[in-house]
Design a protein around this ligand. Structure first.
Ligand code: FAD
Length: 445
């Protein structure tokens, strides 16, 4: 029977779930709301447009009319959903100066997350930015064009901070990255993060660790740090984290989980079975430990969209959990991580062993062989893999994909030497670094 589906949020989770529903169901009405002016844009490409690696802004956007025609979805941009009336199964929508109600059979929430900016003095000045939306990207892009900044401070050495360093550096801007922790990229362990830090320094980036931002003065151009030190920067990027957008869910008394994100079951239903949620706004289970996790990455949003569309179509494919597999380019280096690191395992009280291998991407005699570092963390008795990090200049994503597959398949370190990974000199060695890592780790059991 034809139904009416309303979707809040029209980007990674929202647009994907709309397309997935339409693939299964040609009859139902689908209306997608986004408070912004764009849908289905590539958040992940935004740093590269700023750095002029992606030349055309249009390459990051899918016009609403194209999407609407392709998937027969009604799109309402500039439309903020401000409330959910669960009893009458309707939402409240604000569009320009108008507000109206729209009824639903099923409602899907994909409102994403928002950038968290510490509440310090001077944070609202014109040269201080965060990067989460297309308008954020446009602001940074026009600022760099109009003001030709010579120096930039990047606060926060996680994903977005590191991608912004690379892209501002590509514009000839001298960058300083600042993080209050004692390492960059907390997703990986300290010994792997040290490789990233060295590479940043090699590229001329100034790295300040164990020092945090306390405020701005001089129209945002002087940055004050915890240590009492001050530095000057023509512009600042605040890459200080995100928080899930849960306002709609809480105002409708939908349950939040331990992490503060929206609680959902294995089919992505909230505590109201007629309301689903996905993406950066939801809490899922860690695939390995089955503990609650809030992971803001594109793969989970896309997989969850598939799970919801199947469930709406009568299927029962569960979302099994999130590993948090992530990959990132930092200048010439690629950094990958999947599963847990030492800090998260210690926090959960797991006992584990770890080993790191320094190797090469492929046979040393074949041109272009590059250094490669791999690390695994594993159960100290059974050898079951808990997490892996890979850092290097070539062949990183391939090893990360192998280790991600191994963790998903619940393989142990003793299984890694048994993987018959294809070899020819331009690609690997007869024993791939993953095999050698497996031999090394197994010998510790
Ligand atoms: P979003 O894609 O953020 O969409 C949420 C949408 O909901 C927004 O458009 C918002 O306007 C709308 N909305 C919110 N509230 C309302 C409301 N009340 N009414 C109407 N509309 C509303 N992930 C990766 O895996 N790899 C990467 O390389 C990567 N790079 C990234 C780079 C940047 C700069 C950023 C910001 C993110 C990156 N991510 C990356 C994360 C990835 O983009 C997100 O995990 C993904 O977009 C989450 O999808 P979502 O649908 O939950 O939220």
């Amino acid at each position: 029977m034809a139904q009416k589906f309303l979707i809040v949020g029209g980007v990674a989770g929202g647009a994907t779930v709309a397309a997935q529903i339409r693939r299964n169901d040609k009859e139902s009405k689908i209306i997608m709301f986004d408070k912004g002016d764009h849908i289905s844009f590539s958040n992940c490409g935004m740093p590269y447009y700023i750095g002029e690696v992606v030349e055309s802004r249009d390459d990051l956007l899918i016009p609403s009319a194209t999407f609407s025609k392709k998937y027969d979805v009604t799109i309402r941009t500039g439309s903020e959903v401000t409330g959910i009336d669960r009893q009458n199964k309707q939402i409240r929508v604000k569009h320009a100066s108008d507000t109206y109600n729209e009824t639903y059979d099923k409602l899907i929430l994909s409102p994403g997350a928002s950038a968290v900016v510490p509440n310090v003095t001077g944070k609202d000045k014109a040269c201080i930015f965060s990067l989460h939306t297309i308008p954020d990207m446009d602001d940074i892009h026009s600022y760099t064009k109009a003001n030709q900044p010579k120096t930039a401070a990047i606060i926060g050495a996680g994903f977005i901070g590191l991608e912004m360093v690379e892209n501002l550096h590509a514009l000839g801007i001298e960058c300083t990255i600042i993080d209050r922790s004692d390492q960059v990229m907390k997703l990986v362990d300290k010994n792997m993060a040290a490789i990233i830090k060295d590479h940043l320094i090699e590229k001329g980036v100034k790295v300040i660790l164990e020092d945090g931002l306390t405020g701005y003065s001089n129209e945002g151009k002087t940055i004050q740090l915890n240590s009492g030190n001050k530095m000057q920067a023509d512009m600042t990027i605040m890459a200080t984290g995100i928080k899930p957008n849960t306002k709609l869910a809480t105002s409708a008394s939908l349950k939040l989980g331990n992490t503060g994100a929206i609680s959902v079951n294995e089919y992505m239903q909230t505590t109201d079975p007629d309301i689903y949620a996905l993406g950066d706004a939801v809490e899922t289970k860690d695939l390995i430990t089955q503990t609650p996790t809030h992971t803001a990455l594109a793969w989970p949003a896309h997989r969850q969209a598939f799970v919801i569309a199947s469930h709406l179509n009568g299927g029962n494919i569960p979302y099994k959990g999130t590993l948090g597999s992530a990959v990132l380019k930092v200048f010439d280096l690629t950094v990958g991580a999947t599963g847990h690191n030492s800090a998260s395992l210690k926090k959960l009280g797991y006992t584990f062993k770890e080993t790191t291998l320094r190797s090469y991407s492929h046979a040393g005699y074949y041109p272009g062989s590059e250094k490669l570092w791999l690390k695994v963390l594993f159960d100290d008795k059974t050898g079951t893999l808990y997490g892996a990090h890979v850092v290097g200049f070539d062949g990183v994503d391939k090893r990360l994909a192998i280790l991600t597959t191994a963790i998903t398949a619940k393989l142990t370190v003793a299984d890694l030497p048994e993987l018959e990974l294809a070899y020819a000199p331009p690609y690997s060695s007869p024993k791939d670094p993953v095999n050698i890592l497996g031999y090394k780790a197994s010998s510790m059991l």
